[in-house]
Design a protein around this ligand. Structure first.
Ligand code: SAH
Length: 364
């Protein structure tokens, strides 16, 4: 018997084509997508508007791998962290955040990460493997169904484990599968892709017909410091990254988000803030300041609130749009401690919750 085709790796058109080979009709592909993504039904037996005979044929031809929820934790503020087990028993973490202010799913694009940023635990794991498009999309499918939110509007951020632009094709394919109107129909404008700035892939992203919002993990305003904190910057330097951002086609009324993890006495001084404001001058941007989430093994500290405030004020005085994470870290950290996974796997959830909980500051 031939190995089953993985149905969840097929975009609607490819699924329709594969079905045609079975003598089924194109509209059946749309029905299957609806069952899978809108209703969370991941077995043919449950797809009751398909004929018994067709279901039996599908059963023989396709597999519908679906990650299993191995841990789920709800924090007091409503954030829910999922540990999902993939077909090869590797695990990824995905997060639901209820109020950022929209409902948001934070998903991973790789198991581990090759970027090795100095303050990030995921980087310590190294890259174990890329996720497939089906596995990236499945995180949303599984969480939306688990929380009964598939019929609601929500945002997606690619801020879990991994570097999305280091797994470009599968990431973009996942966004197309999630955008399919026969499925969840998530408009790419509701998706934010966060990247350290893998330049060739960023240039490619600029040409995509379905383009997500862009968030760039900057963390430093000089080449020397960024080289130290974000090793990939040694290959794709800060000046080139900023030039690519200037060229990036930002939709009207949108801005590029620049993430900046604040590390005490490393990048959190007034001079750093001034340099950052100058660097971003003329770019339609907003800065998200993330006071470091401290963790054992991370050789940096979180700055005190007063320093965070001063940094934000320095930016705002220079008319940079800036926001800072609200302090609900304690609750999240407690929540994280209850997830029975090793530290490296906890990091993304804690980070995502931190990242997405912004209290906006108005610029002066
Ligand atoms: N690889 C992508 C997306 C995943 S990381 C990227 O780097 O953008 C999402 C964000 O979390 C990044 O801005 C990253 O720098 C930040 N981050 C990593 N470790 C952190 C920590 N310990 N505390 C706070 N933010 C962290």
């Amino acid at each position: 018997m031939p190995a089953p085709q993985i149905l969840t790796e097929l975009e609607p058109d490819a699924l329709a084509e594969a079905l045609a080979g079975l003598g089924a009709k194109a509209f059946h592909a749309r029905q299957i997508y609806a069952w899978l993504y809108r209703r969370g039904v991941a077995d043919f037996a449950g797809m009751t508007d398909l004929s018994k005979e067709l279901r039996a044929r599908l059963e023989r031809t396709f597999a519908i791998p679906t990650p299993a929820v191995t841990a789920r934790h709800r924090s007091a503020d409503g954030t829910v962290k999922f540990l999902l087990r993939l077909g090869d028993r590797r695990e990824v973490e995905s997060v639901f955040i209820p109020d950022t202010p929209a409902m948001t799913f934070c998903v991973s694009t790789q198991v581990g990460c090759a970027m090795r940023c100095g303050f990030c635990l995921t980087g310590r794991m190294g890259l174990l493997r890329n996720l497939t498009a089906g596995e990236i999309a499945a995180q949303v499918r599984v969480m939306a169904h688990d929380l009964r939110l598939a019929d609601q509007r929500f945002n997606i951020v690619l801020m879990g484990m991994g570097e999305p632009l280091h797994n470009y094709d599968e990431t973009m394919k996942a966004l197309r599968m999630l955008a399919a109107d026969c499925g969840l129909g998530v408009n790419p404008r509701r998706v934010t892709l966060s990247t350290v700035g893998v330049l060739p892939a960023l240039e490619r992203l600029a040409t995509e017909p379905l383009m997500p919002n862009l968030a760039v993990s900057l963390h430093a305003a000089t080449e020397e410091l960024r080289d130290r904190l974000v090793p990939v910057s040694r290959k794709y330097g800060l000046a080139d990254l900023i030039a690519a951002c200037r060229r990036f086609p930002v939709a009207r009324r949108e801005r590029i988000t620049f993430e900046y993890v604040l590390l005490r006495d490393v990048n959190d001084g007034v001079a750093d803030a001034r340099r950052l404001a100058a660097l971003l001058h003329g770019i339609r941007s907003k800065v998200n300041l993330i006071p470091l989430n401290e963790a054992p093994g991370i050789p940096y500290r979180r700055p005190p609130d007063a320093r965070v405030d001063r940094f934000a004020r320095t930016l705002a005085e220079r008319r940079v749009v800036v926001s800072v994470r609200k302090s609900r870290g304690r609750d999240i950290r407690a929540a994280c401690g209850q997830l029975i996974v090793e530290g490296a796997r906890q990091a993304p959830a804690q980070r995502a919750a931190a990242l997405l909980d912004w209290s906006s500051r108005s610029s002066a």
